[in-house]
Design a protein around this ligand. Structure first.
Ligand code: GLP
Length: 252
């Protein structure tokens, strides 16, 4: 796969969502094949949906060993009713943990209905600190530039934390069916993400074109958390043409 460099990112620009998902799934499979004990963090949302389905299929068809893999959930909505299908948990269990046949000890996850989310963050942080750093962080790009629930703010938080969600995040399609869309979430922090050895950012659709322009041409600022990826040395961005519509001239 040919990567195009737009300092400091390595880009793979695909025809459409299907092609992006296929290439991203192959990228993750290759990562797991060379690093069977990989510690991988996975975002939720619509962007990685097809990648995860194809990843599970590739793992099955190519008989890729995942018995030593460890997966951690990037983030989670808080205050959703127990068992809600709107959770990041429901998506990751249905798309990755189940199809890949991961055992409970291979999956680290914030509980969405914890009585004390701060304690829950400390628990996940302890696991990250002892098992980490992450080998691969699979990320999506929020419409407000968030990474996980690291929301635009005057300052960013390095570790796992409870986040107050911005109105844009509260309008995310994942929770639009909820009677009361959540106003808080839990997330790995920016430091946890930037300590990952490698980052895979997935972005698709013209609805993210402004954000991609800002990512590639704007300042590094906590007002736009994705811009902090510019500080990392090994970020791959797999996207479709729609997402880079406004910055095509930068992609040579
Ligand atoms: C949601 C999820 C994030 C995801 C992001 C982008 O808030 N919690 O993990 O990366 O928003 O979502 P989408 O891919 O649906 O645009």
């Amino acid at each position: 796969m040919k990567h195009r460099e737009v300092y400091p990112f390595k880009f793979v620009v695909c025809r459409d969502y299907q092609e992006m998902s296929q290439n991203a799934a192959e990228f993750i499979v290759a990562h797991v094949q060379t690093n069977p004990k990989a510690f991988i963090c996975a975002a939720s949302g619509s962007t990685p949906r097809q990648t995860y389905d194809l990843l599970a299929r590739e793992v099955r068809e190519r008989d890729v060993s995942v018995e030593h893999l460890h997966l951690v959930k990037l983030d989670e909505w808080l205050d959703l009713p127990h068992g809600s299908q709107d959770t990041c948990e429901a998506q990751l269990v249905t798309q990755l943990v189940g199809p890949l046949g991961l055992h409970p000890h291979q999956y680290v996850s914030f509980m969405s209905d914890s009585d004390d989310p701060d304690v829950e963050c400390s628990r996940v942080q302890r696991i990250l600190n002892s098992q980490g750093p992450l080998d691969l962080a699979i990320l999506g790009l929020g419409k407000n530039g968030h990474l996980g629930f690291n929301e635009p703010a005057q300052a960013s938080v390095a570790g796992c934390h409870v986040a107050k969600l911005t109105p844009e995040s509260q309008e995310h399609p994942m929770v639009q069916g909820s009677d009361t869309p959540p106003s808080r979430g839990v997330t790995l922090g920016i430091g946890d993400i930037l300590r990952a050895r490698r980052i895979l950012l997935l972005v698709n659709g013209r609805q993210k074109a402004q954000q991609m322009k800002r990512l590639l041409t704007g300042d590094v600022t906590t007002d736009f958390p994705a811009s902090m990826l510019t500080l990392h040395h090994d970020v791959y961005c797999y996207c479709d043409v729609g997402a880079v519509d406004l910055v095509m001239e930068l992609l040579h």
